[in-house]
Design a protein around this ligand. Structure first.
Ligand code: NAD
Length: 300
């Protein structure tokens, strides 16, 4: 089995790397916070001191980092991947970042004879732990096929969606759909409760109506109604980052993005109200406070 380098051991990267090592892939790991490498070391991974060192030792390198500047820094920065890369190696960036940045990096790597795939993921931390992520892959088909067995350890629903950057486009559109729905439901549910319907009855009644949705049945049922807005699970600030990616992509292509802009303002308000690190359905909290109601279940 090929040695895999894994950079970025946060909420998502840690369980994804764990699944790879449990399936027998020899792993070299790196995170800016060295304590994040310890649980992987305990499972047999080798710890590195920089992205450069990871690149020196591995033909396949996975990055799972917060945002575009982080990926740029890890790949092209001082002591970055580019300083240690080997010809013929492959970078799989699984972070959610700007597709323009993805394509820029791919061009630079191509000159060094390094292939790149963008492979951002959907479904979140529970799916990362279970190895059941959705993965949207952009890049050359033959490179994708070569990397498929690695991706299959982390995900069950894997789509090759086009050339480099296309994976990021799918992911950004996915999160645009989730964010606009979550923000719109915040307004709708607060209105229903403020106007006098009990949250449990409102939820049940709406679940049978044509307004039902995945977000109502997951984010609202399991988090808003239960008041579970835990930290360390895809926070308000990360959803705002992804809405920013949708807005900048729309702006570059002259595609009007009214709903993205409105949803972004909802998420900015939540961040400004102290909810930035909470799980993103916390976008409802400022609206609850303004209305003086809470959309919470009495069912345990
Ligand atoms: P996270 O903030 O929990 O973890 C990111 C990790 O990267 C941190 O441990 C940080 O120390 C490390 N890091 C940052 N810069 C680095 C560098 N230059 N070199 C080495 N390590 C570095 O983030 P996360 O929740 O794991 O998300 C990662 C990516 O996946 C983001 O792009 C996010 O949008 C996306 N995503 C997250 C979720 C989720 O539910 N959390 C779901 C789908 C997609």
């Amino acid at each position: 089995m090929e040695r895999i380098g894994f950079i970025g051991l946060g909420a998502m990267g840690k369980p994804m790397a764990t699944n790879l090592i449990k399936k027998g892939f020899p792993l070299v790991v790196f995170d800016l916070f060295s304590e994040k490498m310890e649980p992987l070391r305990a499972l047999g991974a080798e710890g590195a001191n920089s992205c450069k060192e990871v690149a020196e030792g591995c033909p396949i390198i996975i990055t799972m980092l917060p945002s575009s500047p982080d990926v740029r820094e890890a790949v092209l920065g001082k002591n970055g991947f580019i300083e240690g890369l080997q010809k013929g190696s492959t970078l799989i960036d699984m972070s959610t970042i700007d597709p323009i940045m993805t394509r820029e990096i791919a061009v630079i790597l191509k000159e060094k004879e390094v292939e790149m795939l963008d492979a951002p993921v959907a479904r979140g931390v529970a799916a990362a732990i279970a190895g059941t992520l959705v993965i949207y892959v952009g890049g050359k088909k033959d490179v994708f096929e070569k990397c498929r067995p690695i991706l299959q350890v982390m995900g069950t629903d894997i789509y090759h969606v086009g050339d480099i950057g296309a994976g990021e486009v799918c992911k950004i559109v996915n999160n645009l759909m989730v964010a606009t729905t979550t923000a719109a439901l915040a307004e709708a549910m607060v209105l229903g409760v403020k106007a006098g319907v009990h949250p449990d009855i409102l939820f049940e009644a709406l679940s049978s109506g044509s307004g039902n949705s995945f977000v109502l049945q997951n984010h609202y049922k399991n988090h808003v109604l239960k008041g579970k807005f835990e930290e360390g699970v895809f926070p308000v600030d990360y959803m705002l980052k992804d809405l920013g990616l949708a807005l900048s992509t729309g702006s570059a292509l002259r595609v009007p993005m009214h709903f993205a802009a409105l949803a972004a303002q909802h998420y900015i308000l939540a961040g400004a109200s102290g909810e930035g690190k909470k799980y993103h359905p916390a976008v409802i909290r400022p609206f609850e406070k303004l209305a003086g109601v809470e959309v919470r279940s009495e069912k345990k």
